[in-house]
Design a protein around this ligand. Structure first.
Ligand code: GAL
Length: 316
């Protein structure tokens, strides 16, 4: 489906085309995997892993007014040229999540850190900060929260401004949560086990005063079945609802893995699920799967669409 028009410098989309190559306004493939979207000053900012075929190249950021057309804003966080740094070039930055701290007026980025030469053995989380949303972000620290391994992770800011890291610990067997400090630059000791189910790729949203968490199983880049859980509190108890995906290829999350869920700023109860369809032979060419979350009181699910538009949310 051709939903865009290529001009000299720009590609103009008026729909989401999940799983298709998605070009930025310069005509390059969008390179922002495993990340999140922040709405700020009437603009959306999309952060994600910058990759070449196999390596991590830092965190990219793009901006958009309409969620379809994305302008590249460059590298928000770069790898360090200091080989002693935990974020030295040659290491891995994954699943960056940027949140805005209303008290400090700073943008804070949390991300999974793997240290150069150590494969996936470091299992740390990293923190970086910037006064400008597009960065450059300054690396603050990386660590294991309260001594726990931290690989796939997300950050969630609740309505009262309190923020949390939800993270895969103990070789991904445990899903844990830890509250962040008020400045979002560190963790507190309010750190607790949510469940031990060997899950990863956590993505959280809040709907009708309940919290929802989608996770994947742990099969590396290969897709598997997603599970949706619900809780009255972020600290649990998290009850399994089941696989939220419906239709063809739903048993493998449509060939993808959860990255984040975006609540639309000006619409109530409107959420976009974003997944990554990883291409382990060429990570840069991993595709995006933006899909609407379908909500009703007793059923929450995600259908596949080859193409859809934001007016989906007006049709309910
Ligand atoms: C996945 C994880 C990705 C990445 C990958 C590496 O399980 O969700 O973020 O770490 O493994 O194989």
């Amino acid at each position: 489906m051709l939903c865009w028009r290529v001009t000299a410098q720009s590609a103009k989309y008026n729909a989401f085309n999940p799983g298709q190559t998605w070009l930025d306004t310069k005509g390059d493939t969008i390179n922002a995997h495993g990340g999140n979207i922040v709405y700020y000053n009437k603009t959306y900012y999309w952060f994600g892993e910058k990759r070449n075929a196999h390596q991590s190249l830092g965190v990219n950021v793009y901006s958009s007014r309409d969620l379809y057309n994305w302008k590249p804003e460059g590298l928000a966080l770069a790898h360090s040229e200091d080989t002693a740094s935990d974020i030295a070039r040659g290491g891995i930055m994954e699943r960056p999540k940027v949140v805005y701290n209303k008290k400090t007026k700073k943008f804070v980025m949390w991300f999974h850190v793997e240290v150069r030469g150590k494969g996936y053995g470091a299992a740390k989380v990293g923190v970086a900060v910037s006064g400008r949303i597009t960065g450059p972000y300054k690396f603050v620290n990386s660590f294991r929260p309260n001594g726990n391994m931290s690989r796939d992770m997300t950050v969630y800011v609740d309505d009262d401004g309190s923020a949390y890291e939800i993270y895969a610990a103990r070789e991904n067997y445990d899903m844990r949560i830890v509250q962040l400090t008020d400045d979002y630059l560190n963790v507190t000791t309010k750190d607790s086990l949510l469940f031990s189910a060997h899950r990863e790729a956590p993505a959280v949203f809040k709907y009708n005063k309940k919290y929802y968490l989608i996770t994947s199983a742990c099969t590396g880049w290969a897709p598997n079945e997603a599970v949706l859980r619900v809780a009255d509190s972020l600290y649990g108890e998290w009850k399994i609802i089941g696989d939220p995906m419906r239709g063809k290829d739903s048993k493998t999350t449509f060939g993808g893995q959860p990255a984040f869920i975006l609540p639309l700023p000006h619409k109530e109860n409107a959420f976009i699920y974003a997944g990554d369809k990883w291409n382990p032979k060429n990570l840069e060419d991993s595709r995006y799967q933006f899909l609407p979350v379908k909500l009703s009181d007793n059923d929450i699910h995600i259908d596949w669409y080859d193409t859809w538009r934001l007016d989906f949310y007006n049709k309910k």
